[in-house]
Design a protein around this ligand. Structure first.
Ligand code: FAD
Length: 469
């Protein structure tokens, strides 16, 4: 009887414990991807990017003598139907940790078990299961550094190889056509423009890791904050769809460290920030939706309005903020330092609710991740665990001078910055919808707020809020 391998954010062949287990049993394996509510609810860019990931992964499976079956509907209904059609007695998947995923998987597991189907979930999305990392008194970590210290020297098993054989069933069940799902339909920001900036699939992810190790890891700590340099790995878009496992990256980082690249330690630390995000989301699911610190409830965040639109459209008049917001729109990516700057500007200078920023990122980022995004926003806003204190308000201009000293980053993304704008800056106008009414000939926007005034207003608001408590 066949085994159903329900794939989600684990679109790879190597270091895939669930696939490894399924293949090792010697029974036919039916790899299945379900377009359920979780997929339907994705923002435009992540949904489009997921479609590309599925197409690549389907090819990889075919190369291994297997196939990817696509079905649409409620996950439990789809699984039950496929079990009935194929006579499968086992369903296997890789665990997810976001609140909605846990709720769905718990329900599916209980129902299938009641039907007499064996269900097995595996690790693979994280280095450490969130319940396997605990403070001395058995609680969870609310601060990053002690968690890093606690996990740094743990033994992490070597990555598993891709299975040498994935047995196919005698007859393949019917599958939807990926094209019919129209995963790119909402991607009205010139999907063709964004496509030039992404690297899809397992091979591309490994290529990226190799290039990072060969050319950038040695100077990662010194250069990772530079907006004008390509100093980071760029792997987040691959990690988020599981095109490469965190364990593969972790071991590569350690090898670099042992080879004498001391700055590889900082790269390992970043991977643990991702673990920290999932650790927090698992233990406090409200991280994705509510102020993690309840004392922030009642803070007079601003809602929708012209300032938020100006921020989204990259026309705040603050150069580095606009450059980063346009980078996001054109590439589906944004440098980590830039994410912190634009988030700080939105939540502090403009006093806007971090959830509006979270949602725009969820719409635009090809590496959108429910845990890292929510943690990032709450960290910057001050409402999260281990967050930047309220009085830490980045000055975007000072930050730009420090991390983009020759203005190369700003020039790359702002047409207003030079007489002969580069293709990157012009691409923004191809990508953005006509309704934004922007053109490369526009004058530089007038700042929507003086940085000094915004800072003072934010400090006063925080002060008032604290007084009231
Ligand atoms: P590298 O510097 O090469 O780091 C290696 C890997 O470590 C990354 O691929 C990523 O998996 C992980 N990582 C690095 N920094 C962080 C971090 N601060 N938090 C969690 N994991 C990290 N990251 C996402 O993957 N998806 C998101 O939706 C997301 N939203 C963010 C929102 C805000 C407001 C902020 C401040 C940060 C956000 N981040 C998010 C974290 C970070 O910006 C990206 O992971 C990083 O820029 C990805 O680039 P890279 O792959 O070149 O990273």
């Amino acid at each position: 009887t066949p085994i159903i391998l329900w794939l989600r954010r684990d679109l790879r062949l190597s270091d895939h414990p669930a696939l490894h287990d399924a293949a090792a049993r010697g029974q036919p394996v039916i790899p299945l991807f379900i377009h359920d509510d979780e997929v339907a609810g994705l923002g435009a860019a992540p949904k489009w990017r997921l479609g590309l990931a599925l197409a690549k992964f389907a090819q990889a499976l075919e190369g291994a003598g297997s196939r990817l079956i696509l079905r649409r509907g409620d996950a439990l209904d789809v699984l039950r139907a496929l079990v009935a059609e194929t006579g499968a007695r086992d369903v296997i998947w890789t665990r997810g940790y976001a609140p909605d995923q846990i709720a769905r998987d718990t329900k599916v597991k209980a129902a299938l078990k009641a039907d007499g189907v064996q269900v097995q979930s595996h690790p693979g999305h994280l280095l450490f299961e969130p319940w396997e990392v605990a403070t001395k008194d058995g609680g969870f970590y609310k601060v990053y550094t002690p968690m890093w210290r606690a996990v740094r020297d743990r033994d992490v098993a070597e990555p598993l190889p891709a299975p040498s054989r994935i047995a196919a069933p005698d007859a393949w069940p019917a599958s939807d056509r990926l094209d019919d799902w129209q995963m790119g339909r909402a991607m009205d920001r010139g999907a063709a423009v964004v496509a030039g900036h992404i690297h899809v699939g397992e091979d591309a992810a490994h290529g990226r890791l190799d290039a990072f190790l060969a050319h950038r890891v040695a100077r990662y700590k010194s250069e990772r904050d530079r907006l004008d340099m390509d100093a980071c790995s760029g792997l987040s878009e691959n990690v988020t769809y599981g095109e490469i496992s965190p364990r593969t990256i972790w071991h590569a980082g350690w090898r670099a460290l042992h080879d004498g690249h001391a700055q590889a330690e900082d790269f390992l630390k970043e991977l643990v920030w991702r673990e920290f995000a999932y650790h927090l989301v698992y233990h406090t699911p409200r991280l994705t939706t509510e102020n993690w610190r309840p004392e922030w409830d009642g803070f007079p965040w601003q809602g929708e309005g012209e300032p938020v639109q100006a921020w989204r459209h990259g026309r705040t008049g603050i150069d580095v903020v606009d450059a980063a917001m346009r980078e996001l729109y054109v590439t589906g990516r944004m440098h980590n330092r830039a994410r912190m700057l634009v988030a700080s500007f939105l939540t502090k200078h403009l006093l806007v609710d971090w959830r509006l920023g979270r949602d725009w990122f969820a719409e635009c980022l090809v590496d959108w991740d429910p845990a890292a995004n929510a943690m990032g926003w709450q960290w910057v806003a001050g409402s999260g665990p281990d967050a930047a204190p309220y009085f830490r308000i980045f000055n975007p201009d000072t930050q730009a001078q420090k991390f983009d000293p020759d203005a190369a980053y700003r020039k790359a993304w702002l047409a207003e910055f030079s007489r002969t704008p580069p293709a990157t800056a012009l691409a923004f106008y191809d990508a953005c919808p006509r309704s934004w009414k922007l053109s490369p000939g526009d004058k530089r926007p007038i700042p929507i707020i003086e940085l000094k005034d915004g800072r003072e207003r934010a400090l006063a608001a925080y002060h008032d809020h604290k007084e009231k408590q």
